[in-house]
Ligand binder design. Structure first.
Ligand SMILES: C[S@@+](CC[C@H](N)C(=O)[O-])C[C@H]1O[C@@H](n2cnc3c(N)ncnc32)[C@H](O)[C@@H]1O
Length: 395
């Protein structure tokens, strides 16, 4: 395992930490990022030196586009995410956003979970939390909710207990371009595992490196702040997930990151970066699950015709799909179970739609491979089709 534990486990200050004191009540021995970077250095997405924080990975479904358009302009202008962290099947869910910034994803999600659901955002930068808090009434009025269903907390995502987040209290945890900024990634993922309910998922976009980063890149202040210096070597995610107890990472989307600055390019050298979205599930230990046949009923809002679960599995309404043990376990034990008929592989099912047998070829798990495929698909199609926008003014 590369350096994912650097800093946090050794009691040293991270090199990117230039703050002399923190306004946060609990003094911390380590701090991955100077809090002023997202509070004062950057004022809007356009101030970034790379496209890491505004990369759009895939087309955005209409209902999500609409939810994003309803977010207040000041909140959207301070959006620094690197992917779309809005999963499916959200009604009434409790969602926690790690490093929620000005709250763009929280506000889009608060509309989609509905008044009976709840969204909590946690961020260490006071200025960002202030912007987020400023617009609670605006959004609740816009959505017609009598009781606010969103809360923003000033805190650290490696210390969710200190922020008052209880064990097994959330259905979904999301995070958009934040975990790279935390030196102790293992601690963050462990906290996520603790606060997720059984069957819950971490659905997150972040930056990954094609190799284990040399010290020169890791300790470069601008590269750190721009979400590249702290990027995890992509293969380490699966190792961390397994150690903590999550199911293996499911790749949803990936895009190459380009650096628009010659000096930074020369520091980075041969290393490549992608922004990628993965989903990790916390499953109850119910013993081994077998391969299954599944049929999606089309019941998920905004995904009535098909559910694109990840790059390897798409479920079209009423079609029978053979799935491997791992996918069967996720569908059986998560919030998706209500929208699937799940049967043993040997059982005969009435065939009303199509039939997809389990493919023997290797599944795509490498975000760099996926980013290459997306690039060549984009160059073959028109910009309108391939574009996909995160809903920021910049895109
Ligand atoms: C690249 S911005 C992304 C913000 C937000 N997710 C978005 O999409 O606009 C990174 C955010 O993570 C926050 N952050 C970084 N390290 C953190 C930590 N250890 N605990 C809490 N927040 C953190 C920063 O304050 C900043 O708001």
């Amino acid at each position: 395992m590369g350096w994912s534990g650097v800093g946090g486990g050794h009691g040293s200050r991270h090199p990117a930490d230039t703050s002399s004191s923190s306004s946060f009540p609990t003094p911390r021995p380590t701090l991955g990022l100077d809090q002023t970077y997202y509070g004062q250095v950057l004022k809007k997405s356009a101030d970034l030196q790379t496209n890491a924080c505004v990369t759009a990975a895939r087309p955005v479904p209409k209902h999500i586009r609409k939810a994003l358009q309803n977010v207040h302009e000041e909140v959207s202008l301070r959006y620094y995410g690197c992917g779309l962290v809005i999963p499916e099947c959200l009604e009434n869910c409790w969602i926690l956003d790690l490093g929620s910034g000005s709250g763009r994803d929280c506000y889009a999600l608060s509309q989609l979970v509905g008044e009976k659901g709840h969204v909590t955002g946690v961020d260490m930068t006071e200025g960002q939390v202030e912007v987020a808090n400023k617009y609670i009434d605006y959004h609740m009025e816009k959505y017609g909710f009598r009781t606010p269903n969103v809360t923003f907390i000033h805190g650290y995502i490696e210390k969710l207990g200190e922020a008052g987040i209880k064990n097994e209290s959330y259905d979904i945890v999301i995070s958009n371009c934040v975990i790279n900024l935390v030196p102790d990634k293992q601690q963050v993922l462990q906290e996520v595992y603790r606060v997720l309910k059984h069957g819950g998922e971490l659905y997150f976009s972040d930056v990954y490196a094609s190799l284990e980063l040399p010290e020169e890149i890791r300790t470069h202040k601008v590269l750190w702040g721009e979400c590249l210096g702290g990027a995890l070597y992509w293969k380490d995610l699966a190792i961390l997930a397994r150690e903590i107890g999550f199911s293996p990472p499911r790749l949803v989307a990936a895009n190459f990151i380009t650096i628009q600055n010659k000096e930074l390019e020369s520091v980075v050298g041969d290393c490549r970066f992608v922004s990628a979205t993965f989903r990790l599930f916390k499953l109850s230990k119910t013993g081994p699950t077998k391969r299954c046949k599944v049929i999606y009923n089309g019941g998920i809002t905004g995904h009535e015709k098909e559910l694109i679960f990840d790059v390897n599995f798409t479920f079209k309404k009423d079609e029978t799909v053979e799935v491997d043990e791992e996918t069967a376990a996720i569908l059986k034990n998560s919030r998706f179970t209500q929208d699937f008929l799940i049967r043993p592989i040997e059982e005969k099912l009435p065939i009303c739609g199509g039939y997809t047998a389990l493919e023997t070829k290797d599944k795509i798990t490498d975000p760099f491979k996926l980013a290459e495929e997306s690039d060549s698909a984009k160059s073959r199609s028109s910009p309108d089709v391939a574009g996909g926008c995160c809903g920021t003014k910049k895109c």
